[in-house]
Design a protein around this ligand. Sequence first.
Ligand code: FAD
Ligand code: SF4
Length: 472
Amino acid sequence: MNSEEPGKEERTSRLDLNRHEMPKQPPEVRRRNFSEVALGYTTDLAVSEAKRCMQCKKPKCVSGCPVEIDIPGFISYVKKGDFAGGIKKLKEKNCLPAVSGRVCPQEMQCESQCILKNKKGEIAIGRIERFLADWEAAQGEVEMPPRAKPTGKRVAVVGSGPAGITVAGDLILLGHEVTVFEALHKAGGVLTYGIPEFRLPKSVVAREVDYVRRLGVDVVTDFVVGKTRSIDELLCTYDAIFVGTGAGLPWFMNIPGENMNGVYSANEYLTRMNLMSGYLSPFSATPVKKHTRVAVVGGGNVAMDSARTALRMGAEEVYIVYRRSHAELPARLEESENAEEEGVIFKTLTLPVRYMGDENGWVREMECLRMELGEPDASGRRAPVEIKDSNFRTPVDAVVCAIGNSPNPLIPSTTSGLQVTRRGTLVADAETGKTTRDRIWAGGDIVTGAATVILAMGAGRKAARSIHAFLS
Ligand code: FAD
Ligand code: SF4
C-alpha cells in the first residue's frame, strides 16, 4: 500500500465525521445588510473537512466537474496544511476559484457525485475551494505564472464575463497580446452587475479582473462592439476574436400593466443595485427608490438574488411568485433556503396575469391565478396548469420580472456570416468554440443561453486552446 493512502482504521474514523457546516451571518441580521452571508471556513474547518475525503482512486466528483478539476488532488494538499500547494493545483484547471467556490452549483455537479453523499454527507468541495482562494488573497502577493515568449499575435475578446476573462487569462500566458472590450464601465460581466454583494463581494471580482490585468491583458471599458467598432473593423487589427457577450436581454411575460412604473426586469433592478451601487443608497450617486411590497416573478438564482436584494433595501414584504411548486424551483437549494430563512415569502403555483396601477402610472396591485401540476412537459418537470376562476389580487408597489434572458442580438445583427439559432444564441463548435466565420470564436451564455459561471469558464478555456492552435 502507498504510504499516502489511508489505512482501514483511518478510513472508518473519517466516515464518522459529518460534513462541516458553513458559518453564516444569522438570518435576522443579514436580511438588512449587504455584507457577505457565508463567512467562509476557518483553517481548522477546512483542514478537518479535507480530512474526510477518501481520496478515491476513481474519483466520481471529478466526473461531475465541467472543467475536470483534480478535486482529490487539491484536497490532499489542504489535508496536509499545504495551502500554497492546494491553490496551485486548483488553478491548473480553474482560474476563478474565489468566484466558483462561492457561486458554482456544486450540489448538482461535483458534490452530487461524491461517494459520501448518502453516508455522512458529501465533501464540501466548493467551501474548501473558496477557502484556498481566500487564503491566497489574504497572503497579499499572488504568485504570477510564467508567460511564454511574445508571439506577435493579437486577440480581441468581446465581453469581460467569466468566459472572456478565462480566454484572456489563458491566451496572455501563451504569449499573445490580448485586449478585452467591455460595454459597461466595469469589467466582470454578470459577476459584477448581476450577482449581489452579499453572495459575491465586488472586491472578489475586482481581484480576479485585476489579476488578468497584471498578467498583461488590456481591459478597455465603455466600448460597445457593434457600435463603437464593428467586429469587421476589429478583424483588421486583430488576428482572432472571441465573442463572450453573455445573455443580457431580459424576457417579459407580455401581460397587461407590465410597462408601468415600478415594474423592472431583474436585469435592470440588479444592475441599478450592483453596478450603479444602488445598494449603497442613499449615499450612492444613483440612489434607488425604496419599495414596501415587492413581488419577484420567477424561481431561479436571479429571482432569489432580486428578492433578497429587495429585503435588504428595506421592503417590508417580498414575495417569490413562481408558477410551479417549491420542488421545481430552479435556484440553487442553498440560495432558496437562504431566502426563506431571511423572510422571503414563497407564493408557489401562482401565475401573474396582470398589473394594476394608480393615476400616475405606478404599479399598485397584481392579479394572479392559482396553478396545479399536470403531466411532465418537454423539460421533464410537471407542467403548471391554471385552475379556472382562481384569480386573486395582492397589493404590491414593485414587481421584478426574473423569468429568463436571451443573448443580446447586437453582435449577430452587425456581423455578417455568424450563424444564429432560433433562440438567438450563436452557433459554435462545442469542443473548440469556432463560429461559422473564420477567425471568430464564441463561448459562454451567448452560445448556451443563460447557464452557469463554470460552463462559461469551461467554454472559454476550450476556445483559448483552439485560438492558440490557430495562431500557432
Ligand atoms: P456575462 O457574465 O454575461 O458577461 C458578458 C459581458 O459582455 C458583460 O459584461 C456585457 O456587458 C458584455 N457585453 C455584452 N455585449 C457587448 C458588446 N456588444 N460589446 C462589449 N461588451 C459586451 N451562475 C452560477 O454558476 N451560479 C450562480 O449562483 C449564478 N447566479 C446568477 C445570478 C444572476 C443575477 C445572474 C444574471 C446570473 C447568474 N448566474 C449564475 C449565471 C452566470 O452568471 C452566467 O452564466 C455567466 O456569467 C455567463 O458568463 P459569460 O462570460 O458568458 O457572460
Ligand atoms: Fe473525495 Fe468525494 Fe471526490 Fe471521493 S468522490 S475523492 S470522497 S470528494
